[in-house]
Unconditional design. Structure first.
Lengths: 378, 243
């Protein structure tokens, strides 16, 4: 009977494709929007991910994220270094500055000062040039967002000079970094250079990045640093999560994306529900005849479930493929750099599709089950 | 007021209906459509149930073939009191013992003629290929084997009706129920269909009931039951003169 059910469904091409469209569109909307949402809020942790060597981040107790920080006195670095279990500790400066472009426009940029000696605090890879280029005088490495925003494609950013807070800076390399939540251009330079580029107050040290000794866990060392220095210390994972939480708590993004995902669900219910009900209504005589002939309600339920399942599987697959194509198509755009589809997102979409089909299938099925077999004689 | 005593069931009866009452709710009121019907349908006969629209013939036949519960009374089909069966047992009883030919055929539009004819076998769990092959044997008997792979919309009305007949007979039911089989046909085609039905559906141990008000085919009946206002007013070989 399931074969008959599938043929009944696919035989009505208009409604079959309508159902597929409804499910695929819903899946696409839900999967794509949730993927963008997840990747976007993870950008709140990009500052942490871009400094992969740091196992513990130490900061002033009022600091919250890599972008919301309060500078500490330089002595904080020595305090941290004196804590047992700290293998190494390096200064890390994060500040904002202005770059005057060749067209004369001002562009706000982030300046990140990494350790002069070890260059800890730089992203793991350079898209162009070597990390050692930062040892040159006035050298900065621009992130790929900046390389595209400041220069047309025909100009190689490496070797170009910038006016950074009225001072000369020379781009010596391009850092392969994860863009920030706001996609602000970021310039990496040595800590001592950053102090010159960014005018500031007495205290300039944003963070102390820490590596832990062998046999110690980051959480143990972080707790010990807090206890012994009075500073705030977070493991890499904790601080990354703090950045994500900050975005979720302080922006309207979850609400906006949530609304879109909800609308995707509603559109799915509406299109699929309407089409499925029309399909069932058009076939109600056939279902009635089957019931009269001797097909049990349980078999009818299985037939409708098979129809819903087929539409759901194909529509869901099309929706997920659509999302993958979308992500691939935009992968060259810096805004979408590093975007991926977490495995939980397709799973949530699958659950949403199952709920859509369960609701619409149940509504459609009610009319079939309520149909008396005797109705076929009327 | 004296209670009417129903006669005992005929031992040869394919269907024995006794004291059938059926009422329908219509808003606040209750309409009684059948008023204590006693009827026997015998095996090896083609029995017509005739009457004007609203006389209750469709309701009676629905009750007789187990797709509509009576308000009162009992129906025995080949000795089984069908309304004492559970819902699932009743559905399975219909599947194994009754074949239906609906007025509008109700073929499934997206499967071909052979598959449509094979539906009861498929519902019984017979593998698709085997069911189609058995259906094709019947389509051959009905002279439409060459149409076996066509969809219903590619068939003429007469061919669709033959597919519906094949569907009613493919699982070799003991009772065949036809609803207005000639309503949409001209006189010649109607008689041809009735001849065909007699040839394939009427046999010893098998009964055929036809609901109709088509007086052009009354002469082809073995027995005619006339219903008027929910009561049997005639039961015999020929139509009464006043009809």
């Amino acid at each position: 009977m399931l074969w008959i059910a599938i043929r009944m469904l696919t035989g009505d091409a208009q409604k079959f494709y309508g159902l597929l469209f409804g499910i695929a569109f819903s899946t696409l909307l839900i999967t794509q929007q949730m993927t963008i949402f997840v990747n976007l809020v993870q950008r709140g942790a990009s500052g942490v991910y871009n400094a992969p060597e740091a196992e513990v981040w130490v900061m002033d107790p009022v600091s919250r994220t890599t972008d919301v920080s309060y500078a500490m006195p330089p002595t904080a670095l020595d305090k941290v270094r004196s804590v047992q279990g700290v293998e190494w500790a390096v200064p890390h400066l994060r500040a904002v500055a202005n770059v005057r472009t060749k067209e004369g426009d001002l562009e706000g940029v982030g300046v990140i000062g990494v350790d002069d000696a070890t260059l800890i605090g730089l992203p793991a890879r350079m898209a162009k040039g070597d990390k050692s280029v930062l040892f040159a005088p006035d050298a900065v490495a621009v992130d790929d967002t900046g390389s595209l925003r400041f220069f047309p494609p025909e100009i190689d950013p490496v070797g170009q000079r910038l006016e950074l807070n009225d001072q000369r800076a020379v781009i010596r390399g391009i850092a392969d970094s994860i863009p920030s939540f706001t996609s602000t251009v970021v310039l990496y330079t040595r800590y001592s250079n950053a102090l010159n580029f960014v005018p500031g107050t007495r205290n300039r040290l944003s963070f102390v990045l820490v590596g832990v000794s062998e046999g110690q866990t980051p959480s143990e060392v972080a707790a010990r640093i807090e206890r012994e220095t009075g500073l705030k210390a977070r493991t890499r994972e904790e601080f990354a999560q703090a950045g994500i939480d900050f975005i979720i708590e302080n922006t309207g993004i979850p609400t906006n994306f949530g609304i879109t995902v909800f609308l995707g669900f509603v559109v799915g219910v509406a299109i699929v529900g309407l089409t499925f009900s029309l399909f069932i209504r058009d076939n109600i005589k056939q279902f009635g005849a089957l019931k009269a002939i001797g097909v049990t309600n349980a078999k009818i339920v299985r037939m409708v479930a098979a129809q819903a399942g087929l539409v759901g599987l194909i529509g869901y697959a099309l929706g997920v493929i659509g999302t993958v194509v979308f992500i691939l198509a935009f992968s060259a755009n810096p805004f979408f750099k590093g975007f991926y589809i977490p495995w939980q997102v397709p799973l949530i979409s699958l659950v949403a599709v199952a709920i859509i089909l369960a609701i619409t299938g149940f509504i459609a099925l009610r009319s079939v089950l309520k149909t008396e077999p005797a109705a076929v004689f009327r | 007021m004296t209670a009417t005593v129903s006669p005992p069931c005929d031992a040869e009866a394919a269907i024995c209906a006794r004291g059938i009452v059926r009422e329908f709710e219509a808003g606040q009121s209750t309409i009684r459509v059948l008023h204590g019907i006693d009827a026997d349908i015998r095996s090896g006969e083609m029995t017509y149930v005739v009457g004007e629209s609203g006389s209750g013939k469709t309701t009676l036949i629905s009750i007789m073939c187990g797709i509509l519960y009576p308000t009162e009374g009992e129906v025995k089909v080949f000795g089984t009191d069908i309304y004492k069966l559970s819902d699932t047992e009743l559905v399975n009883f219909r599947l194994d013992n009754i074949g239906f030919i609906f007025q509008q055929y109700n073929l499934i539009p997206s499967i071909d003629a052979a598959s449509n004819a094979a539906v009861p076998l498929i519902a019984q769990g017979v593998p698709l290929h085997e069911a189609r092959e058995r259906a094709k044997v019947l389509l051959d008997k009905l002279n439409i084997l060459d149409q076996a792979d066509k969809l219903p919309r590619q068939l003429s009305g007469g061919q669709q009706q033959r597919v519906a007949i094949a569907r009613a007979l493919v699982h070799e039911p003991r009772l065949v129920v036809c609803d207005e089989p000639t309503a949409a046909l001209d006189a010649r085609s109607g008689r041809r269909v009735m001849d065909l039905l007699r040839e394939v559906a009427v046999a010893p141990g098998r009964a055929c009931i036809i609901v109709t008000h088509d007086n052009r085919i009354f002469d082809l009946a073995d027995r005619i039951i006339v219903l008027e206002d929910g009561r049997i007013t005639h039961d015999g070989k020929d139509m009464p003169d006043d009809h």
